[in-house]
Design a protein around this ligand. Structure first.
Ligand SMILES: Cc1cc2nc3c(=O)[nH]c(=O)nc-3n(C[C@H](O)[C@H](O)[C@H](O)COP(=O)(O)OP(=O)(O)OC[C@H]3O[C@@H](n4cnc5c(N)ncnc54)[C@H](O)[C@@H]3O)c2cc1C
Length: 386
């Protein structure tokens, strides 16, 4: 930052879902009072929820990918650089393109899929958690002639509590569409006690029932140890043979955050759950990089809907502060999530994840309008923000 610039400098790290919303809202609310800098290492953003439709051949990569030009037009200074250091004490971040000083910092660097953390995943299994891997899985599925399909969750935490279940259900639908379901089996494995446990046992059982309706076998509380050629191997010594394996990869925090003074247990960032403030003044963290304990002892899921809501809250609160208004509007823990089940239908879960003593979440059973809602949400996202 130049020293003769009297504007308040707000730096947003990460141009994913949380970072885009935070930077856009900040630039709009601060106007000439603020200089909003967004640091993102990638030239293009991929809307991750649509990767599952890409996997089944229902989306093309260009339809779910955006550059950052719109953000720049909205007054955000976009810098494509890697963040290499965060120093809250001196109010500076280091990047591959130089240091940036800040008055306020919003860290939105996300969770990184780390398939290398599970032996054999890269060699013998697929996953749809980034564009290149989703494309590879799409091509493999397109050439798949039927057989034993396994969908396994490697470990917790992972992004989006619904996504692995949607993956299994969409693969089921894909196999039906191609007339291959009769000669195929689909089986799910997870270390969780039931699907989407954060939303409570009622919803978990609803999702399990949906899997059963689709003839998807479901095994809970199993810890995957490694993937071998044609075989999953679990920690208790059990094995499962497969012809096609989809394994939701382990996730880790962005390395630069894990190595910074912001990091708490496991490298994730502890924050005040209402304000998203870290233990450092004027430094906030939002989205997947945070660890927010809920009243039921679990963590707030890593989902775009929460990154979005947190970004709106933080951006509004910073903008008010810059204007001298210290009132804060809290992030209230509300969120919603569609569960795509294939065949043009989806369920919808929504509620208050901050409720006490447990999250209050309602699930609406699968219908065509919820699928239309998910498609509309995708359109809104890709047209509104980037
Ligand atoms: C297959 C799939 C399906 C999903 N479906 C849903 C869904 O239906 N609903 C939902 O709510 N959520 C869904 N999610 C989860 C959602 O995508 C994430 O929770 C959301 O993107 C989190 O936003 P974020 O801003 O915290 O992180 P991200 O969106 O991951 O953004 C982090 C950004 O930081 C950048 N970055 C990281 N390190 C550095 C560095 N050192 N220097 C510079 N830049 C860096 C990254 O390139 C990235 O752009 C899904 C995710 C996947 C993978």
């Amino acid at each position: 930052m130049t020293t003769n610039d009297s504007r308040t400098a707000v730096v947003v790290l990460g141009g994913g879902i949380g970072g885009q919303v935070a930077a856009t809202v900040l630039a709009k609310k601060l106007g000439p009072m603020g200089r909003v800098v967004l640091v993102e290492r990638l030239p293009q953003f991929v809307f991750a929820p649509s990767l599952l439709w890409l996997m089944t051949g229902d989306r093309q990569p260009e339809a779910i990918t955006r550059g950052y030009a719109k953000l720049a037009r909205r007054g955000v200074e976009v810098r494509h650089a890697g963040v290499t250091g965060i120093d809250p004490e001196s109010s500076r971040v280091e990047t591959t393109e130089g240091a940036i000083a800040f008055d306020y910092l919003v860290v939105a660097l996300g969770a990184v899929a780390a398939p290398g953390m599970l032996p054999g995943l890269e060699e013998f299994a697929h996953h749809p958690y980034d564009l290149p891997h989703a494309e590879r899985l799409r091509d493999t599925l397109a050439g798949f002639g039927g057989g034993r399909v396994v969908v396994a969750i490697a470990s917790l935490p992972y992004r989006c509590p619904a996504a692995p279940y949607e993956t299994a259900l969409l693969i089921d639908g894909h196999l039906r569409r191609r007339g291959l379901r009769d000669r195929s089996s689909v089986t799910m494995y997870t270390p969780e006690p039931l699907p989407m446990p954060v939303a409570g046992p009622y919803i978990g059982h609803m999702v399990a029932a949906e899997l059963a309706r689709h003839d998807i076998r479901f095994h809970a509380k199993v810890q995957l140890e490694r993937v071998e050629a044609g075989r999953l191997r679990f920690a208790d010594g059990a094995t499962a043979e497969f012809d096609l394996a989809v394994v939701i990869p382990p996730h880790r925090p962005a390395e630069v955050v894990a190595a910074s003074p912001l990091a708490g247990p496991g490298g994730w960032v502890p924050v005040d759950r209402a304000t998203l403030r870290t233990r450092h003044t004027n430094v906030y963290a939002i989205g997947d990089i945070t660890a927010i304990p809920l009243e039921n002892g679990m963590l707030l899921p890593k989902a775009g809907v929460f990154a979005h809501g947190e970004a709106e809250a933080v951006a509004g609160n910073i903008a008010r502060r810059v204007r001298g208004d210290l009132r804060e509007k809290p992030f209230d823990g509300h969120g919603l999530c569609f569960l795509e089940i294939g065949g043009g239908r989806a369920g919808l879960a929504r509620g208050n994840f901050y409720a006490s003593p447990v999250p209050q979440v309602t699930m609406y059973s699968p219908r065509r309008p919820w699928h239309a809602g998910k498609v509309a949400f995708e359109k809104y996202w890709l047209n509104r923000w980037l």
